[in-house]
Design a protein around this ligand. Structure first.
Ligand code: HGY
Ligand code: MN
Ligand code: MN
Ligand code: MN
Length: 415
């Protein structure tokens, strides 16, 4: 195989990234394209046109995922799937998830330029709402694809009262068909995802490609702290049940618990909090915050949450406040099969320097791993930054990631 034939075109990748980057909610900071919004639909329409342009058959599945299909020379084989997400966090960047979907387009173009027809069918997927959505759930599309979006989740509402089931239907899905339409073990031959590292390792080690060995699980809870609203001027400090100072103690406790686990990468974060009535002269009566813990071990995550519950019950008692916790979602940690890692390492070896590393971010791959072997390739994040406007990866580095994925697919297709 003439090596140059499998090189991805960095200029085309740049054009695609910047085209999508223009379809964002400019009233928000950074590059914001939240799911189920007009900007998201605009981006998907653009993506659909690109897929048709390169000869793919395009469909929206029951979970509202956008899927491009390219037939293989042997229709008896199960498809190879490449995918990720084009939704962003609020105030996010232009690369997180997006390069994994655009990689699918460039892989198809590269194969055509090289005159290669794969034996396996190829699927390119833009999964709906990978980021935590207004429904309190993340990886909605990939959950739906693998039958992991139960009725209880479909009935969740966003702050406007829209029910997730209806949002999926408005996005072109068919939520009532979800359980039967789900894919199962054996339906996909291999799932591969190109993603920015969103951390500092590749940049610090001067390496161009990351072979992902495992992906953390994420356990997310909504915590409600009930105090007693009262006048900020006339209530003595000794007679207060302040929901916000109590919540602050609890959040610092989460940080302390996670810091005690320096054995392996464990993180805990509270990134979303509301205060009621949120007035400068009223002692807060209620605080609601979302917390998440992440680890490569389910046991450790369960342990963190137990420790948090134990210690915050004590805080509640001492502060005269009440705490309640509801589980929002759980995604389980994934270990990437050694043989998948090996074939990705071969695809990388012919492309650029690579190292193996775990993913501290969650991905659609966490869900697809429930039904198929999965693998991921990382490309470097400038200053290790992501989920912010400073998120940046050189287009040439993205192209190397696409090339590594293309080589991996060609190797796998010829096994
Ligand atoms: O939060 C995450 O790990 C991913 O970026 N959705
Ligand atoms: Mn993200
Ligand atoms: Mn992502
Ligand atoms: Mn007054």
């Amino acid at each position: 195989m003439n090596d140059a034939l499998l090189k991805a075109d960095a200029e085309t990748i740049e054009r695609d990234i910047e085209s999508l980057a223009a379809m964002v909610d400019s009233s928000k900071p950074g590059w914001t394209r939240r799911p189920f919004t007009p900007w998201y639909e605009q981006g998907r329409q653009w993506l659909r046109e690109r897929m048709v342009e390169i000869g793919m058959h395009v469909e929206i599945d029951a979970a509202s995922n956008l899927i491009g299909r390219l037939p293989g020379s042997d229709p008896s084989l199960k498809p190879i799937m490449v995918g990720s997400h084009t939704d962003t966090v609020t105030g996010g960047g232009r690369f997180d998830g997006i390069i994994g979907v655009l990689a699918g387009l460039e892989i198809v173009r590269t194969l055509k330029r090289a005159g290669i027809v794969l034996r396996h069918p190829l699927m390119v997927v833009d999964f709906t709402a990978e980021e935590p959505s207004e429904f309190g759930i993340s990886t909605i599309g990939s959950r739906g694809m693998v039958g992991n979006l139960p009725e209880e989740m479909l009935e969740r509402t966003d702050p406007s009262g829209l029910v997730l089931r209806d949002a999926i239907r408005l996005a072109g899905g068919d939520p009532d068909a979800l359980p039967s339409a789900a894919l199962g073990p054996g339906d996909i031959a291999l799932y591969l995802e190109l993603h920015i590292e969103q951390g500092p390792v590749l940049e610090q080690t001067g390496t161009k490609l990351g072979v992902v060995t495992g992906i953390v699980g994420i356990h997310r809870y909504r915590v409600t702290v009930e105090g007693r609203p009262n006048h900020a001027g006339t209530t003595p400090m000794t007679m207060r049940s302040d929901a916000l100072t109590g919540a602050a103690r609890m959040i610092l406790e989460l940080e302390a618990i996670c810091r005690e686990h320096d054995a392996e990468p464990v993180v805990g974060t509270v990134g979303k909090l509301t205060v009621e009535p949120n007035a400068s002269n009223v002692i807060p009566g209620r605080v609601v915050f979302d917390l998440e813990v992440r680890s490569l071990s389910v046991d450790i995550m369960e342990e963190l949450i137990c420790a948090f519950k134990r210690r915050t019950e004590e805080i509640a008692l001492n502060c005269g406040i009440a705490i309640s916790m509801d589980c929002l979602s759980k995604s389980e940690p994934i270990r990437v099969d050694e043989d998948v890692q090996a074939i990705i390492r071969s695809g990388c070896a012919a492309t650029a320097s690579s190292i193996s590393l775990p993913s501290g971010a969650g991905h659609d791959a966490n869900q697809i791993a429930r039904i198929a072997p999965i693998g991921m390739v990382f490309v470097p994040s400038k200053d290790g930054r992501s989920h912010c406007p400073e998120e940046w990866t050189d287009y040439a580095d993205v192209a190397l990631g696409v090339e590594a994925l293309t080589r991996t697919i060609v190797l796998y297709d010829n096994l």
